[in-house]
Design a protein around this ligand. Structure first.
Ligand SMILES: Nc1ncnc2c1ncn2[C@@H]1O[C@H](COP(=O)(O)OP(=O)(O)OP(=O)(O)O)[C@@H](O)[C@H]1O
Ligand SMILES: [Mg+2]
Length: 228
């Protein structure tokens, strides 16, 4: 199995208002094609760990490797490219541009990457929206969409550049139970049908138990993990 992400002796401290050891000697690998969940109580360090693993935060001790490359060795420019090229993000709040259409929002990371001419990119964005069952909403501004539809747009946006891995922080946390189920099933389907690698933070056992592997955090330590 190919490792996509590997953390070695990852330790992180916050220094304000007082010194606080938030991540404690984390060793963890995420493998290609798996759907893994980080679980644990509020304040246990789930989001902090996800930010470090996903390159959004590099203020820690120890190493995080992406495809065997240590993230701290990358210049800011290389890191920005890596994020856009190879990493997808889905958060509890979608951070879509409210005044733009669903289609525009999905195309944006692709335009920034600039690998495809706009017409091809548009077609690809439509395919992603179709995959998520919202192609008919493509021309609507996102502030006219329901919460579940908005979150599906943010998944389509995360997929547009065909990332190596998608990181999600409570992707269903802001949705009612029916929409949460729809969004979760779509994420799971991506791992099954398209071999997408996904690492998801959730405190909802009914979802985490349906992933391939649960990694349990308590007070910044991994206290239990299933084998990949
Ligand atoms: N910028 C910061 N400065 C100081 N302490 C922080 C900072 N960010 C988070 N913390 C603390 O670090 C700990 C872990 O926070 P984190 O957000 O990772 O928890 P979490 O497991 O994601 O919780 P939740 O389920 O509530 O989202 C908490 O005690 C939090 O108060
Ligand atoms: Mg959190």
């Amino acid at each position: 199995m190919k490792k996509v992400i590997e953390a070695k002796h990852l330790n992180k401290y916050f220094y304000k208002p007082v010194e606080f050891h938030v991540l404690k000697d984390i060793d963890l690998s995420i493998y290609s094609g798996e759907f893994a969940a980080i679980v644990g109580p509020s304040g246990s360090g789930k989001s902090t760990l996800l930010y470090a693993l996903s390159s959004l935060d590099r203020e820690y001790e120890g190493e995080v490797l992406f495809n065997d490359v240590e993230l701290k060795t990358l210049t800011n420019q290389k890191l920005a490219y890596l994020r856009n090229r190879s990493i997808g993000f889905i958060f509890q709040f979608h951070y879509l541009l409210a005044d733009f259409t669903a289609l525009d929002n999905v195309m944006l990371p692709g335009l920034k990457l600039g690998e495809l001419p706009p017409e091809e990119l548009k077609e690809k964005a439509m395919q992603k929206l179709d995959l998520l069952g919202i192609a008919d909403q493509a021309m609507k501004k996102v502030n006219r969409l329901s919460g579940g539809q908005q979150q599906r747009v943010s998944i389509a946006r995360a997929l547009i550049n065909e990332p190596r891995i998608i990181f999600c922080d409570e992707p269903t946390g802001n949705l009612d139970s029916k929409n949460a189920m729809v969004v979760f099933d779509m994420l799971k389907n991506l791992t099954r049908e398209y071999d997408q690698t996904i690492l998801m933070v959730t405190h909802d056992d009914s979802f985490s138990s349906k992933t391939d592997r649960q990694i349990q955090l308590l007070d910044g330590k991994i206290i239990d993990r299933e084998t990949p």
